[in-house]
Structure formats: C-alpha cells, structure tokens
Design a protein around this ligand. Sequence first.
Ligand code: BES
Ligand code: MN
Ligand code: ZN
Length: 501
Amino acid sequence: MEIRIVENISLTDIKADVLILPFTEDYKGSVYAGLDDETVALIKHVLDTREFTGKHAELTLLHTKTGRVVLVGLGKAEELTAERLRRAGGKVFISKYLKGHELTSAALSAAIFKELRILDGAQHSASFYFVEGGVLSSYEFRRYKRPENDQPQSLKTLTVLDVPVSDVSDNSADSMKWLDTVIPAVSFARDLVNTPSSDMTPTILAETAKSLSGKLVKVNILDAWDAKKEGMWSYLSVSKGSAEPPKFIVIEYYGGPVKMAPVAIIGKSITFDSGGLSLKPADGMEKMKYDMAGGAAALGIIKAVSELSLDINLVAVLPATENMPGGNATRPGDVVTSITGKTIEILNTDAEGRLVLADAIGYAIKHYKPAVVIDMATLTGACSIALGNEAIAMMGNNEALMDELKKASKETHERVWQMPLYEEYKDYLKSDIADIKNIGGRTGGLVTAAYFLSEFVTDTPWVHLDIASTAFADKDKPYIRKGATGIGVRLIMNYLLNRHD
Ligand code: BES
Ligand code: MN
Ligand code: ZN
C-alpha cells in the first residue's frame, strides 16, 4: 500500500473511495465540522442515537452523497496507547468496509489525533500507530491463489490528511521511513515464512539472500564443503538426512566505520523440520515450514537496514538446512564436534535448532568479533507452554543488552519476556560421553535450550530470542492475520535505530 501524507487539504476536497474518521469514546468536539452538511448530520445522528459511540475498534459505515465514510472507535481518550491505536487501525483496514466494491483508495483524517495524548511515552505520533496497525493487517499471502479464487484486493493507496505528526516533535520523516521500509520488510519476512518448504529450500533461501546484495551488502554462501572446512559438524549433522543441500548464508552490511564491531544477527533457518529420525508426529508437522522464521526475520532486517542506509555494521548468519530422516541421517546417540571444538552428543535429532545455532554463533564470533550477538529462533515447543502465544522468550548473558530489547519491545509491542539462565541448568545437559548433550530432561525445555546455546557464546554480549510461539499465528490477531507474523523485524529494527554504543 502506498502511503501519502497531505497537509492543509480540506476534508471535502479529498478524492478517495472511502474516508476513515477516527473517534474517541463519547466524543463531543467538532474536529470533523469541515465536512459537507449532509455527512456532518449523518455523523451527528449515529452519535446522538448511540448507534456509534467510539468504543475501541467499533466500526460504522455511512453512505453519503460524496462517498463512503467509515467511523472507527479509538476507545476512551484517557486510555489511549500505541497498541490500542494499532489495533483500531488493524480492525478498520481488515474490515469488509475497506474491501471489494472496487475500493482502491482510502483517506484517513488525522485531525482528531492532534487532540490526543498517548500513554507510556510513545516515540511516534498517534496517526503513525494507527496506520502501522492498518498496514500490518492488510498483508495477504496470495502466491498460490488463482485470481478467481482470490479475496478482494486490499487498498492500493492511503492518503493521510493533515499534519499527522504534529503532536510529536519533528520525527515525521522517521515515521514515514518506518512505514516505507520496515513494514514492507515485515511483509517480506512473512512471505518467506508462509512459502511452503518445497519452494523455500536452503538453496532458494540463499538465492533470496543474494537478491539483497548491494553497495553496502555482501552475501556469501558456504556450501557443505565450505562448512566442513570450518569444522561445523554440528550444523552439518542436521543436513545429512536431507536430499536438499545445506546453505550456510552469511550477509555483511557495512554502513558504519570500518573498525566498528558489527551486531551479529543469527536466524534459525530450518526450511523444514520433520524431527529427523526422532520424527515428529504427523499432526501439525506441516507447520514446520516456519522453522526458518528467525532467518526470514534476519533477511527482513538486512533489507530494511540497507534501504535506510543505516550507519551501522551488521552481519547476519543463517544456517539453512532441512531436518529430514533420510538414509544418511544422523542417528540418536551420534557425537559431533562443533566449530568451537566442543563435542555434542545428539540424543534427539529433533533438537536440531540448537545444533545449527551453536555453529552459527561460533562462526559469527570467530570471524567477526561482534559487539553483540542476537539470535532469533523457533527453538522450542516449551516456549508456548511457558508463555502461550503472547511473548518472545528472552534469555541472555548481558542485562544491559536485554534492557535495550525490553525497551524496543515496549515500543513495538513485539513483546519479550525474560527467562532465567541459571548455572544449575548446566547439569541438565551433562553427557556421559561428550562435552554436552543436546537435550535436557523433561523439565525446563525452554531454558535448557538457551543454556545449550550459551555454551557456544562465551563472553560476547548475547541474547537469545525464542520466537517459536509467536512467529506463526494459528488464528487472526488484532492486526496480524493468521499465518506468518514476521516477528522480530520491528523489534530488532527499533533496537538498531535506538542503539547507542
Ligand atoms: N522447531 C522445533 C520447535 C518448535 C515446536 C517450533 C513447535 C514451533 C512450534 C524444534 O526444532 C524442536 O523440535 N524442538 C523440540 C526439542 C526437544 C526435542 C528437546 C521440542 O521443543 O519439542
Ligand atoms: Mn526440531
Ligand atoms: Zn526446529
């Protein structure tokens, strides 16, 4: 969707198929008095009869001589938060009032936003959050639908009327940049995750990464042979049962001073996780196409960062492979050596994420000496047991770094919740014959997976984000349709944009 901002245009001069007018609950002001008399009278009527009260996410459609008008409720003015604005925006953009009937353009009046204050010290204006929710909710994955089976198209253009950021000092350029680059990067990540595994193999993921190459972006693909030379046997052990060749994807972005240590983003990129010989049950196995959501988010971040030409250095590492039970597959009980030299006893081939991440983290630290390592991974089923589908589980070795992510989480509502990394968990991972084993016991599945990773990090500031329960929605969320959520892109972009070193 193309977003345009026009200032100082009267509401009656708008050429759009539908006009969106936000209202707080029991609104008494006259901010929309500039409309034609008929429309003003209609609005007054639905407000007077309490057919529309402005309750949060309430919608009403009016047909006027000049066109369609959709009223949307923002809820109580004194309860307004960024997230409530996103949800109201999401609700209206996903609604049938903005779909079909050959609607292609909408206009949003931002006038009322000028009268409102957002709780919790938001970075952007009220209209920004409303539009962000709206655009996120408009995402559709259409690749496999023939036109005749297709749902009505989403809107092509949105015109935001008035000065949308006048309630916050001059960050309108930042707001527009976010809407123009970060939100499309979220959609990009969602497309990659929604694509079935047969069309999103390690090779295709690597080609997608290469398509991001540019002046500041260098993409290097290591094949199995290169990975052997690096001693990444832990990563390679996961790929052995698959006919698809593994691709270890390394992307460098240099926008900052040459000597500045980069931020390393590691994204779990299992393009299909069958469990390997420790095979998963059939029920729900199809969802394991989303086991590369961490990698997809990492690519989304690279895309947005390079489009914004941020003056930072970044390296993304995506250890891509399938996890399949072929004749050459790793057997439970096998022992492998990781890039760090640590030996791992593989007791369950379905705990493969940590095996590929151990080498990816080891590789990033060895070759880039990063200032910070952030890994994003659909790592454990235990993540949703602990937190449901509401938050990313966060663990790490550096409180200051985790505090920065908590801040980004608050701003983006991609929520993180910190879980512990007690040293006692080390015992859970003691192997009889190797340095470490790849599963803990029956308890603490979320934290022992993270503890396993910590054994390959040593003292680099590191944070692990388990996105297993948030990367894919089984049902519609307020402004995220069911399917891939693209989680991680907005969180990390906010972190990178606000990072000071
Ligand atoms: N990719 C899965 C984790 C997962 C499960 C993500 C469900 C999203 C939804 C991971 O590779 C896995 O299989 N983990 C195992 C670990 C266990 C064998 C120790 C799990 O969580 O069951
Ligand atoms: Mn698995
Ligand atoms: Zn997995």
